[in-house]
Design a protein around this ligand. Structure first.
Ligand code: KIV
Length: 272
């Protein structure tokens, strides 16, 4: 493993492959809008995921299921306008790729054409193999997503750790191999035991990006509002909070409210 860190002007799927080969960890965060994406990009984060978690975080839905292709394209276009360096990956939303490979390709093409994104992400293993292959054949880079796949929440019933039992772990390992063989450029592993995630990362040549998957994988992803402490009611074990923005923003809003009501704002310097 080399320790020399290569400078990348623009992150491509090839850069991520190089990072894995060189033992350099890959950083990934979500963004759904221009202002946030600009800050994330300029901070040097390698990959920006326009996740369908926008359904929860931006729209307030309980699950990721309701978000539409049009809404994902809107979020992705806003993010793309902010980007100079990061690779932008966009989730194909629930219902736009599961029924047949042709529909999957049509959905992926719409995302790429209408938003200018660089790659798409799909949840699932061998069940969606043909859809993944069809999209890849069109020259669109695909990121896989295994383990806890939130679009299947009603099948699982809960958001608890996946693949703790042998049978599910074996399926996950086989699915990861299938994604590699099909030609995916990376795979997200969500909420699986760290030992299993490490084993998967060591068994395939493409980067494995973890969320709640321990430190033995090739990179990490978090939802940006979670790591900034804006979603203060959400506190899974895997989440590291870098700020407590919920409290800081709340205090700022309260102060503004007080200043407006007391006529302190605007003062003489804050007017024309
Ligand atoms: O939608 C999302 O934010 C995701 C990440 C949790 C990986 O898929």
């Amino acid at each position: 493993m080399s320790t020399a860190k290569k400078e990348y002007k623009r992150i491509t799927v090839k850069s991520l492959q190089e990072m894995k080969s060189n033992g350099e960890r890959i950083s990934m965060l979500t963004s759904y809008d221009y202002t946030m994406a600009k800050i994330v990009d300029r901070a040097g984060i390698d990959v920006i995921l326009v996740g369908d978690s926008a359904s929860n975080v931006m729209a307030g839905h309980e699950t990721t299921l309701p978000i539409t292709l049009e809404q994902m394209i809107y979020h992705a276009s806003s993010v793309i306008r902010a980007i100079k360096r990061s690779l932008v990956v966009v989730d194909l939303p629930f219902g736009t790729y599961q029924s047949d490979p042709k529909e999957a390709l049509r959905s992926a093409i719409r995302i790429m054409k209408e938003s200018g994104a660089h790659a798409v992400k799909l949840e699932g293993g061998k069940e969606i193999k043909e859809s993944i292959k069809r999209i890849l054949h069109a020259g669109i880079p695909v990121m896989g997503h295994l383990g806890l796949t939130p679009q299947s929440i009603y099948k699982f019933g809960t958001y608890t750790v996946r693949a703790k039992e042998e049978e599910e772990a074996e399926k996950l390992k086989a699915d990861a191999k299938m994604l590699e063989k099909a030609g995916c450029f990376a795979v997200v592993l969500e909420k699986v035991p760290a030992k299993l995630a490490k084993e998967v990362a060591e068994s395939i040549s493409i980067p494995v990006i973890g969320i709640g998957a321990g430190n033995g994988v090739d990179g990490q992803v978090l939802v940006v509002q979670d790591m900034l402490g804006m979603t203060h009611e959400f506190h899974p074990r895997f989440l590291r909070r870098y700020l407590n923005l919920y409290d800081e923003m709340s205090n700022a809003f309260k102060q503004y409210n007080t200043d407006v009501k007391s006529r302190d704002f605007p003062n003489d310097e804050e007017q024309y």
